[in-house]
Design a protein around this ligand. Structure first.
Ligand SMILES: C[S@@+](CC[C@H](N)C(=O)[O-])C[C@H]1O[C@@H](n2cnc3c(N)ncnc32)[C@H](O)[C@@H]1O
Length: 212
């Protein structure tokens, strides 16, 4: 079954994956060949105080448009944080997991997540936290890889997922992000496929915090 919740043990916040983090740096060019255009289109829309959740090695930063201000990078993995601190010393960097952000309620105009919801321990809790830190009317921009709705691809994803999870820094192939968003109190504005096929179909979209 596609998973709109998260791991069976929510809040099992094992977020340090040094081997994966060092490997991810070496895959950056391949990642950007696959999703760079979608990332630039997504981040061009960032406006105002902007939080990047699960910032990783910081690929979202150069893709930000001029409207993004007061950028905060949230990254719980220590190795990723070292890379971020070297690459973007001027930006505010915080180290808690997205399930338990220490940011003030309503303190962000834009929240961005790129290829992150696959790895969080508790997907619903993360969406609740994103809603909490967004001001009313603030926007959540997401680009995420998701469960494949086609039965054969879905079966392959589920078969591969346990090993993938172990090798991929806690990543799951089977997250139903669209369903989790629909079940959250965020208001989905639009959602579109970036890549449809195989193990790693990618969607992107925007949801808004109610009010404002
Ligand atoms: C595949 S990397 C993507 C990094 C970056 N967003 C990008 O697009 O290149 C997944 C990132 O999510 C982070 N992550 C994992 N669990 C997290 C959590 N509970 N809260 C916030 N970030 C998390 C990882 O540390 C890692 O940096």
């Amino acid at each position: 079954m596609p998973d709109s919740r998260g791991d069976a043990t929510p809040h099992r916040m094992t977020v340090d994956h040094p081997w994966f983090s060092r490997w991810y740096v070496r895959t950056e060019q391949a990642v950007e060949r696959a999703v760079g255009d979608a990332r630039r289109a997504q981040n061009a829309a960032a406006l105002g105080r902007t939080l990047i959740v699960g910032a990783g090695t910081g690929l979202d930063v150069p893709a930000l448009g001029p409207g993004a201000t007061d950028v905060v990078l949230l990254e719980p993995d220590a190795t990723m944080r070292e890379i971020l601190a070297q690459r973007y010393p001027a930006l505010r960097l915080v180290g808690e997991p997205a399930e338990a952000m220490r940011l003030e309620p309503g303190s962000m105009d834009t929240v961005i997540s790129s290829l992150v919801l696959c790895s969080v321990s508790d997907l619903r809790q993360v969406l609740d936290e994103i809603l909490r830190v967004l001001r009313p009317g603030g926007q959540y921009l997401f680009m995420e890889h998701v469960a494949n709705p086609r039965w054969l691809a879905s079966a392959v994803q589920r078969a591969v997922d346990p090993l993938w999870h172990r090798m991929g820094g806690g990543c799951h192939l089977t997250r139903d992000v669209a369903l989790a968003l629909a079940e959250s109190a965020l208001q989905p504005d639009w959602l579109e496929p970036v890549h449809r096929g195989g193990l790693l179909p990618v969607i992107r979209g925007r949801a808004t915090s109610p009010g404002g």
